[in-house]
Write a protein that binds this ligand. Sequence first.
Ligand code: 13P
Length: 249
Amino acid sequence: MRKKIIAGNWKMNLGALQVAQLTEGIKHGLEKTNPKYEILVFPSFVHLHMTVEIFRETRVKVGAQNFYPSKLAAYTGEISCDQLKDFGIQYVLIGHSERRQFLLETNEFLNKKVLHALSEHMLPMLCVGETLEEREAGKTFEVVKEQIHKGLKDVPLEEVSRLSIAYEPVWAIGTGKVATPEQAEEVHAFIRQEIQSLFKPEIAENMSILYGGSVKPDNIAELLAKPNIDGGLVGGASQKADSFLALLK
Ligand code: 13P
């Protein structure tokens, strides 16, 4: 069964007070949310503990925005999957365009993260997407294909079902310029086809592929109505309780 997920990526946008208000706000509005969708939030590392505590015994899952692909070892400033598992964290984001762009994470390094997260029994979410320049040059499918093939190199068939994908066109992130449902669906269908060519039809059929990039309460329904769009990975609109709850309805 394909999991439906609405995920909030809080990025490095919030201080502790804002996280406290946001999490309490979300918690109080949970009865009115759509039970068909899994709810997931990605706070900064420093807010993981408080977020996990506030959402304990609710249906909100907490994931991590990053990790370093190694067992416990001497990597100053990094966080391992073992450490995340101490908090009950399973979901981890990999390959967000902000990390590709600003932290210079390559497809090869992201592949290490995917393999490591899977070997640690985590639930990795691999983000892919083209820049505006690439879209305008007609390279969307080429870029996404390379990100998928390199990112998922050597992933064992028996582990791949724990992976999900987020398609986030870079030109739509934080710009207010959302992809049309048709533009998004076209790429999602393409990603599913690539997953099928790398693995098996039932793996592709069951894989959750989320859309991200300027998802808002007024555009989410038409995106989710598309057959290959299984949820949303939301930045800005997930960082206010009112708008996140409106998305979750
Ligand atoms: P926005 O929803 O703010 O465009 O951000 C999308 C995103 O980057 C989620 O990971």
